[in-house]
Design a binder for this molecule. Structure first.
Ligand code: NAD
Length: 422
């Protein structure tokens, strides 16, 4: 047990985040004196979530909501249901949200939530009870002006609808703006479901242009075929790229001629995994990292690209759809090998950007069409990436450090201007 909960254990996502903060300090000038605010979450809440199961037994689950920073606006960040969720992981994910919202200049801070549960083992009724009790427990710190949850791994629009309903019942008024990623008829936004994958595609398209890599005919390998990975794969496919390998929790498949996505998507919908897809070669999970490709998209979980795998990656371009997929040591190896990494904190910011659009639309009760959403998303992502790239060129630093530099300057400037209370 650490002396303080803000101290990181080795190779944890929180230690990855802290190492990233150390790397950006030389580029922050006098603002670096505020850096400790980035090393400590503003607020962490750990809650007990008891539910009565269908068989009449009572089970307790551990839930978390971490508000890493509220300096630039309300907290923003998803809720994850996963058996391996820990407070330390949620702290890192919340911190990356702080960096991400600032990197695209949205008026939000950073937050994240999670429940330590394997949702596949729950019935729909049990999942609803878990969601409602968790929402009530964290209800003391969330709200449309305080902290706005959204979907993450294993949560979706239905979970957001239950969260919105529970919060609304507790405060006595329908409050659509308390969560984003809701169903369309409950104040959701067009384009939200695919927004993160679209953002991965937009940043990938811009990076490929700088590498003189033609997307038409390029080869792509994707780890994680959920919300983010499948949407990104479809957009690259539409741009003429071949998806040559896909890996998820239960299987890995490859086809150098390009997978038939029109058949793969319904297969995954029906069976919950790419495993068993008969129109491709099943490959060993570890062999996925050796696949010949131009672009690699890790879009599953943290810590997937370690030093050993980074030495084997064939791609010229890595697009971090997932949060924290690359360990700091692997980052250095990829850089030495000339592999360009578009970091999570800008690459997967499309989701939170359209979440921001959803929140704005809920407040104004005026909804945009999908083209408007996608156009505004494209513009924001391209502008943010250009500013980051200028910073990287000016200081001759990696895109990740440049993204942190742009974001941390905005966060710490706001901190300095607000001053310390009281
Ligand atoms: P999801 O639950 O829809 O999909 C996750 C995918 O990863 C599934 O295909 C699953 O089988 C696979 N996976 C899980 N563990 C794996 C393992 N050990 N090896 C290989 N594959 C594995 O989740 P999602 O919403 O697509 O999120 C994926 C990542 O993107 C997460 O890191 C999440 O934090 C990040 N992210 C999501 C959003 C969003 O809007 N959903 C936004 C920003 C970042």
């Amino acid at each position: 047990m650490s002396l303080s909960y803000v101290m990181a254990s080795a190779d944890s996502p929180w230690s990855t985040y802290l190492a990233q903060i150390e790397r950006v300090l030389p580029y922050l000038g006098g603002l670096a004196r505020w850096a400790d605010t980035l090393r400590r979450p503003k607020r962490t809440l750990v809650v007990d979530v008891p539910i009565e199961m269908d068989d009449g037994s009572v089970r307790h689950f551990e839930g978390y909501r971490v508000q890493h920073s509220l300096t630039r606006g309300p907290g923003k960040g998803g809720v994850r249901y996963h058996p391996d969720v820990t407070l330390e992981e949620v702290m890192a994910l919340a911190a990356w949200m702080t960096i991400k919202t600032a990197a695209v200049n949205l008026p939000f801070g950073g937050a994240k939530g999670g429940v330590r549960v394997d949702p596949v083992r729950l019935s729909i009724k049990e999942l609803e009870k878990l969601t409602r009790r968790y929402t009530s427990e964290i209800g003391i710190i969330i709200g449309p002006h305080q902290d706005i949850p959204a979907p993450d791994v294993n949560t979706n629009a239905q979970v957001m609808a239950w969260m919105m309903d529970t919060y609304s019942m507790n405060v006595g008024a329908t409050t659509t703006g308390v969560v984003t990623g809701k169903p369309l008829h409950l104040g959701g936004s067009l384009g939200r479901v695919k927004a993160t994958g679209r953002g991965v595609f937009i940043t990938g398209r811009e990076a490929a242009r700088r590498l003189n890599l033609d997307l038409n005919g390029a080869t792509v390998a994707v780890q994680g075929f959920g919300n983010v990975g499948s949407a990104a794969a479809e957009l690259f496919h539409q741009a003429g790229a071949r998806i040559v390998a896909v890996q998820d929790q239960d299987g890995s498949i490859a086809d150098p001629r390009g997978l038939d996505l029109a058949a793969l998507v319904p297969h995954v919908r029906a069976h919950g995994s790419v495993a068993g897809f008969t129109h491709a070669e099943p490959i060993d999970a570890e062999a996925f990292w050796d696949v010949d490709c131009d672009i690699l998209i890790p879009a599953a979980l943290e810590g997937q690209l370690d030093a050993q795998r980074a030495r084997r990656v064939k791609a010229r371009l890595v697009l971090e759809g997932a949060n924290g997929p690359t360990l700091p040591g692997a980052d250095d190896i990829l850089a030495e090998r000339g592999v360009l990494v578009v970091p999570d904190v800008i690459c997967n910011a499309g989701g939170v950007t359209v979440s921001y659009f959803e929140w704005v639309q809920d407040f104004s009760s005026f909804f945009w069409n999908e083209d408007e959403v996608n156009l505004r998303l494209d513009r924001i992502m391209v502008d943010a990436l250009r500013r980051i790239w200028d910073t990287a060129d000016r200081h001759r630093i990696a895109l990740r450090t440049a993204t942190f530099a742009v974001a941390c300057e905005r966060i710490l400037m706001a901190r300095e201007e607000r001053g310390l209370y009281p």
